[in-house]
Design a protein around this ligand. Structure first.
Ligand code: TRP
Length: 449
């Protein structure tokens, strides 16, 4: 009966677009180049591609299976599918906590995109040299309150959309704007590839030096693939619970994974040739995207205009990701604690803000918000992407592969037998054997070193 009242996405395109909206975001355009740059470029890319497509996509499908079978938030999902006295709901709680922690540091960078949208409107990048653009990034992140204000504004925006509910809020936004982002990325690629010295950047990104692959690089690639595909913590269990009975989850997941990977690769093709051309270090970390991109625009005819559109689209792509994170918290609070949606969105946003502000302030030079050598920001990033999501992902594939009834899983994968089983048996094989072994080996070998 509860199922009848629960919203579902309006169409197949709706699920793909909402899931793509969740997946596409700062993970592709900011975090991926940052990780690839710090972890050896092409070597990282190769490992990343293998993990995203071979492990990431089946995990994405597993989350959809749990979500649609249970029609519930991640906590309720494990309760419904494994019985009240089981320990599995812990995976759901872990996911909700993980959503909080990701949202906390994700909105730091989300705030920067808002700040940079403001800067592009004001025309701050026109005619500036590299040093001036680097100084702008450092001034902005060191400003005592501006980045915090941008972060809180971003969270408020997210909360407003989430309050209005899944269908009206999330689906409508993603449909039009995700394809536009893809188009502008292609335009940027063309510009970047024609800069002088672009070849060196291309070699860095595409010509692998396999000696650079270490256990740490593989774990970073695993973490990045989970982060980028929004998997390993229940965001796609939540979205899966809104998928209609007749929709094809497998083809949707494959489509989203391919699109997400394409945008990450495009971001690399924009950023590395340009970075090498301007003399920006690929290891520049947080500053990489935020200095390279304004430099590219600044060299383009109509750069003011392109810059503006780009940051506008980036803000929106980021918003559709923060929405999916807050939605995990809201779905859990409304269904498990019976809070009204509005209140749940406010509580979630306020809780996130409390930790998130610390992450933002930890970027200031000389900030005491460090633990050891890491900023609060890096700590939250590593804790979630390198620890919580691999563990969450491992438990999710184990649950679908070994705890759920095989017949139930196949019924979900084939829409009760109406879709062909062949390929889907292969997916189930990966979910049962390959994925858990791979994740466990990558994760535990790093932990023990
Ligand atoms: N995948 C998004 C990105 O690449 C971020 C994101 C949204 C996310 N929801 C998530 C990451 C859930 C992990 C888990 O920008």
């Amino acid at each position: 009966m509860a199922d009848k009242k629960r919203e579902t996405f309006g169409s197949k395109l709706g699920i793909i677009m909402a899931t793509a909206g969740s997946a596409l975001g700062l993970g592709n355009i900011y975090r991926f180049p940052c990780e690839a740059g710090a972890n050896g470029g092409a070597a990282f890319l190769m490992v990343y591609l293998a993990l995203a497509l071979l492990i990431g996509t089946p995990l994405m499908i597993s989350e959809f299976v749990i979500g649609r079978r249970s029609r519930s938030n991640p906590v309720g999902a494990f309760k419904r599918l494994s019985g009240a006295r089981s320990a599995w709901p812990v995976v759901g709680y872990l996911g909700v906590v993980c959503a909080f922690l990701i949202l906390a540091f994700y909105t730091t960078v989300a705030g920067w995109t808002l700040g940079y949208l403001g800067k592009s409107v004001a025309g701050h990048f026109g005619g500036q040299d590299l040093e001036a653009i680097q100084q702008q990034f450092s001034d902005f992140t060191n400003h005592p309150w501006l980045p915090v204000a941008c972060q809180l504004a971003f969270l408020a925006l997210t909360a407003v959309v989430v309050m209005r509910g899944v269908k009206d809020g999330i689906e409508r936004w993603s449909k039009i704007l995700m394809p536009m982002l893809l188009v502008i990325m292609v335009v940027l690629c063309v510009k970047s590839l024609t800069l002088s010295g672009a070849g060196e950047g291309l070699r860095f990104f595409f010509k692998p030096d396999f000696s650079k692959i270490t256990g740490r690089v593989v774990l970073s690639a695993l973490g990045q693939s989970f982060f980028s595909l929004s998997i390993g913590m229940g965001a796609l269990i939540t979205y899966g619970s809104y998928i209609g009975r007749r929709d094809n989850m497998v083809s949707s997941a494959v489509g989203v994974a391919l699109a997400d990977t394409l945008v990450a690769v495009l971001a690399g093709v924009v950023i590395f040739p340009a970075a090498f051309s301007f003399g920006i270090q690929p290891e520049a970390g947080a500053a990489l995207a935020f200095t390279t991109l304004p430099m590219v625009f600044q060299q383009m005819t109509g750069g003011y205009f392109f810059c503006l559109i780009f940051f506008l689209l980036l803000v929106i792509a980021t918003l559709t990701s923060t929405i999916s994170l807050l939605e995990v918290i809201v779905a859990a609070l409304t269904e498990e604690l019976r809070l009204p949606r509005r209140k749940a969105a406010l509580v979630g946003a306020a809780g996130t803000a409390a930790i998130g502000v610390l992450a933002t302030l930890s970027f200031r030079t000389g900030s005491p918000l460090h633990i050891g050598a890491s900023t609060v920001f890096d700590l939250l990033d590593h804790l979630t992407a390198l620890y919580m999501m691999p563990i969450g992902g491992l438990l999710i594939v184990l649950f679908v592969g070994w705890k759920m009834k095989r017949a139930d899983v196949m019924a979900e994968l084939t829409n009760e037998g109406t879709l062909r089983a062949g390929l889907r048996k292969g997916i189930l094989f990966i979910v049962r054997y390959l994925a858990p072994v791979a994740i466990a080996v990558i994760f535990f070998s790093q932990l023990l070193m």
